[in-house]
Write a protein that binds this ligand. Structure first.
Ligand SMILES: Cc1cc2nc3c(=O)[nH]c(=O)nc-3n(C[C@H](O)[C@H](O)[C@H](O)COP(=O)(O)OP(=O)(O)OC[C@H]3O[C@@H](n4cnc5c(N)ncnc54)[C@H](O)[C@@H]3O)c2cc1C
Length: 456
């Protein structure tokens, strides 16, 4: 498909059709932006299962666009989220989605991609971004097939090794790895012990992923970074933990990850923005990475749409870093805490016991459940009503067009203004996760991402 030297122009180019790039493309397409995704992978197949599911705030964001049912139909609901090895009950959180949805990353990406294409955005697969330049006029993006794409903005959703981030000179800072793990999906000749085994350095475990095949994660005896692991290394690591390698063979996936925890110092450099793993890397412990990326995309999407449509100044894009960097930093810290709690020495076991005891206190459980579900997010929009900067509850409304949920009014990704002073009132309840009951407002303005931007 070489089309040497041909140029085309779009309002936004996204690099990477992982969950973040797909969500962003969907958000932009719904808002009427001419957007294209460039993806190196030729197909939607994903090596390894990767992310295991979606947290309540991500489900609410999908509900706001009218697509959550597609995910619910393919997933499994669990009314708990994990924190430092203590399962936190989330049944009583005030949300329609008071559960974690177990769904692997590949079906998640397929569902998002189908939505993106329905909305008319193009996903160009099997082609790579090899270089780019930016100027006051725009961005020129060179592709591996010889084409150049021109755009007003370029968004790097290109994963932890993001070339877009590096090209923009954005630094990634944070903590080095304290532990490394091998992860694989393998066939096995002996029956392995399914479940988690605590070792001094962290957790190791087997889980079934299909007939005769298992996903295994094993903590390595010392930190190893950067190299592609071998089956021999996997076998040795298993022998070190279990005394046997269970005859593992035929890996369909074998990789290494660490708990290195790093965040970009800014998510924007001129006309170049970054989102998802391109902006933050951390241990998968806690299951937050995909969710964090999808929510970066939801925060950035409407802002970028308004800027390219000329209805908001370019400075609106600076609020993307201002709002999402603190949310990312908090989650990164939580994944470090979870990693520390996963160590299996006697002292950490004692710490875990103390924590588990504390998390039995409702207020503590709800505080951490708020963090791990994304329902506690508070963008700093200044002082005022507790709703300001927080997610709008998905209340049932009595509208002139009949009964509606708030989330249905957000399907078109436009701001929504609600006036509760007229004859049509909302029953409430006005209850926010973690915060509790708040005074009923007279009017509320909701941003396209579902966060409240004004209250009277
Ligand atoms: C073992 C494991 C378990 C995990 N479990 C969970 C979990 O339970 N919950 C959770 O929320 N997260 C989990 N994660 C994290 C999750 O997988 C990532 O956070 C998520 O994939 C990030 O999405 P992304 O779109 O930002 O980046 P990616 O998924 O990495 O997508 C980036 C895309 O960009 C493409 N690309 C890169 N460079 C270029 C280029 N130059 N040109 C064109 N295309 C390019 C890549 O091919 C890729 O498709 C887990 C990760 C791992 C490894």
């Amino acid at each position: 498909m070489a089309q040497g030297g041909r140029m085309s122009t779009h309002q936004v180019v996204i690099v990477g059709a992982g969950p973040t790039g797909l969500m962003l493309a969907g958000e932009l397409a719904v808002a009427g932006v001419d957007v294209v995704i460039v993806e190196r992978r030729a197909t939607q197949d994903l090596v390894g299962n990767r992310a295991g599911g979606l947290i309540p705030r991500t489900l609410e964001c999908l509900d706001q666009r009218g697509i959550v049912e597609r995910f619910l139909a393919q997933g499994t609901r669990h009314h708990v989220v994990g924190f430092v090895m203590a399962p936190l009950d989330i049944t009583d959180l005030p949300t329609r989605h008071n559960y974690y949805l177990g769904i692997w990353q590949e079906p998640t990406e397929r569902l998002l991609a189908a939505w993106v294409e329905e909305r008319g955005a193009s996903i160009q697969r099997g082609v790579e971004v090899v270089a780019y330049t930016q100027s006051d006029a725009g961005v020129a993006v060179k592709l591996s097939d010889g084409r150049t794409l021109h755009a007003q903005y370029l968004v790097g959703c290109d994963g932890g090794r993001s070339a877009i981030r590096k090209g923009a000179g954005i630094e990634l800072v944070g903590a080095d790895a304290s532990v490394s793990y091998l992860i694989a999906e393998v066939a096995i000749t002996e029956v392995p012990p399914v479940g988690i085994k605590h070792t001094a350095r962290g957790n190791t475990g087997f889980g079934p992923v299909g007939t005769g095949r298992f996903r295994v994660v094993v903590t390595e005896a010392e930190v190893i970074t950067g190299e592609a692991p071998t089956l021999a290394e996997l076998r040795a690591a298993l022998r070190a933990v279990y005394g046997t390698d269970f005859g593992v063979h035929s890996p369909s996936y074998l990789s290494r990850f660490t708990d290195a925890t790093r965040q970009a110092t800014t998510y924007r450099a001129g006309r170049v923005l970054i989102a998802g793993d391109a902006a933050h890397v951390h241990s998968p412990a806690g299951g937050q990475g995909l969710n964090l990326g999808v929510q970066d995309a939801v925060n950035l999407g409407w802002k970028l749409a308004q800027v390219v449509h000329g209805t908001a100044p370019d400075a609106l894009l600076d609020t993307y870093t201002a709002e999402r960097h603190p949310v990312g930093a908090k989650i990164l810290k939580a994944t470090m805490a979870i990693t520390a709690a996963n160590r299996g020495d006697a002292q950490t076991a004692a710490l875990k016991e103390v924590f588990t005891d504390l998390l039995a206190i409702d207020e503590a459980r709800i505080r951490y459940a708020g963090l791990m579900t994304g329902l506690d997010i508070h963008y700093d929009l200044g002082p005022g009503h507790p709703l300001l900067g927080r997610r709008m509850p998905d209340l049932d409304l009595d509208t002139p067009e009949g009964p509606r949920r708030v989330s249905q009014l957000l399907h078109t990704a436009q701001p929504v203004h609600l006036d509760f002073t007229g004859p049509r009132r909302v029953a409430g309840p006005w209850v926010l996760p973690v915060i509790g009951a708040v005074p009923a407002p007279a009017t509320v303005t909701i941003r396209p991402d579902g966060y409240v931007s004004a209250v009277t």
